[in-house]
Design a protein around this ligand. Structure first.
Ligand code: MN
Length: 339
C-alpha cells in the first residue's frame, strides 16, 4: 500500500524570536522553567549550534534532509516556548512575523510543507484576528500554542475569543509542551524533571485536562485539540479519569459535565506519535482511541526522525492502519491536499 509520510509536529524558529528569548533570559524576572531551558537546550553553545541551525532552516537543507529520511511532508510549527514568554505587544508582533515567514516557506514548497499559525494569547483579540489571517490570507492549517502563557491556560474565560476563532475557522489547536508554569514548577526543577522526559507531559496533560474539566468542549463542541507524545499520557489514564470523575461529581468536588471526560477526549482530541517509538504505547493508544485519532510526527529536529520512520514503518499494525497514521488522518485533521 502506498502512502506519504506526513510528520505533523516539526519545529522551526526565526532568528528574531531566538534573539528575543535571550533578551528575556538576560532579564531579571525569568520564569524558573524557562531559565532552565536557557541554561541548557537554548544556550548558545557550540554543542547546540547544529540544533539551532536545523531549527532556523525551513528551506532547501531541510527538504534535502526530509528526502534522505523519507519524510514527504512536514507540518511546521514555531518551536517551544514560542512567543509566550514575551510581553503582549512583542508576542503579538513576533507571532505575526513568524507566520509570514512560515507562509512563505509553505508557498515555496507547497507539497512538502504545511504550517500552523503561532498566536499570542497575551492579547486574545489580536490572537483571534491572527487566527483569521492564518486561515484566510496565509493558508495555514492549524494553530500552535506552546501550552501555558505566563502561567495561564486556555480554559480561562478571557481566552474564549481564541477558541471561538479556532472553531469558526475549523483550525485545530496543537497544544505543544513547554516547562511547567512558575506557580508549580518548584519540585520539577531538580533532576531535569522540568524537561521533556516528564515535566513537559505533566504541563501539557494538565492543560488538556483543564480544557476537559472546565466544560470548554460544551461551549466549543467542534474545537479540535492535537496532543503530541502519544497524547501526553492521557490515553493510559482515561478509564481512571472517568471513574474518579463520577465520584468527584458525587462528592461535590467538580461540576457535572454534559459528557464523560473520556468522551471529550475521543471527540475533541487527536494525538500524535512525536518522540514515542514504543509499540506498547502505540498499541494502548490504538485500543483506547482507535486508529483514526493517531497521527505520525517525528518532532524534528529534537528527536531522531530516522528512528521515528523506522519505528512507524515496522510497527505491528495493518497496512491500512499505517497509511492512516502516516497520511490519511493528517490530511483530514489539517485539511491537507491529497496527492
Ligand atoms: Mn515538539
Amino acid at each position: 500500500m502506498s502512502f506519504r509520510r506526513i510528520a505533523v509536529e516539526e519545529a522551526f524558529v526565526t532568528p528574531e524570536i531566538m534573539k528575543q528569548w535571550h533578551v528575556v533570559l538576560a532579564g531579571s524576572d525569568v520564569e524558573p522553567g524557562f531559565a532552565k531551558m536557557g541554561e541548557t537546550i537554548l544556550a548558545q553553545t557550540p554543542g547546540n549550534k547544529p540544533l539551532d541551525d536545523r531549527l532556523l532552516d525551513i528551506g532547501a537543507a531541510r527538504i534535502a534532509h526530509m528526502d534522505a529520511i523519507g519524510i514527504d511532508m512536514q507540518v511546521l510549527s514555531l518551536t517551544s516556548p514560542g512567543v509566550q514568554v514575551f510581553e503582549s505587544a512583542l508576542a503579538t508582533r513576533l507571532a505575526a512575523e513568524s507566520n509570514d515567514v512560515l507562509a512563505a516557506a509553505v508557498r515555496a514548497y507547497p507539497t512538502r510543507f504545511a504550517g500552523l499559525a503561532a498566536i499570542a494569547p497575551q492579547n486574545p483579540a489580536a490572537a483571534a484576528k491572527e487566527i483569521e489571517r492564518g486561515a484566510t490570507e496565509l493558508g495555514l492549517c492549524g494553530i500552535i500554542v506552546n501550552s501555558h502563557t505566563k502561567g495561564e491556560y486556555l480554559d480561562a474565560p478571557k481566552f474564549r475569543p481564541i477558541l471561538e476563532a479556532a472553531q469558526a475557522h475549523d483550525l485545530p489547536i496543537y497544544l505543544h509542551p513547554r516547562e511547567p508554569a512558575a506557580s508549580w514548577v518548584g519540585p520539577y526543577l531538580d533532576y531535569a524533571l522540568w524537561f521533556a522526559g516528564w515535566g513537559f507531559a505533566a504541563e501539557t496533560g494538565l492543560h488538556a485536562m483543564r480544557l476537559i474539566m472546565s466544560g470548554t468542549f460544551d461551549r466549543f463542541p467542534k474545537l479540535k485539540i492535537v496532543l503530541g507524545h502519544m497524547g501526553e499520557g492521557l490515553p493510559f489514564w482515561l478509564q481512571r479519569i472517568d471513574n474518579r470523575y463520577r465520584l468527584e461529581v458525587k462528592i461535590g468536588a467538580c461540576e457535572k459535565l454534559a459528557r464523560l471526560p473520556s468522551e471529550y477526549f475521543l471527540d475533541n482530541f487527536v494525538i500524535t506519535t512525536s518522540g514515542v517509538t514504543s509499540m506498547p504505547a502505540l498499541r494502548l493508544s490504538l485500543d483506547e482511541l482507535g486508529v483514526d485519532r493517531i497521527l505520525f510526527a517525528a518532532d524534528f529536529p529534537y528527536e531522531d526522525d530516522a528512528e521515528a520512520v523506522r519505528f512507524m514503518d515496522g510497527a505491528s499494525v495493518t497496512e491500512e492502519e499505517r497509511k492512516k497514521i502516516y497520511e490519511t488522518n493528517a490530511c483530514r485533521v489539517f485539511k491537507l491536499a491529497g496527492r
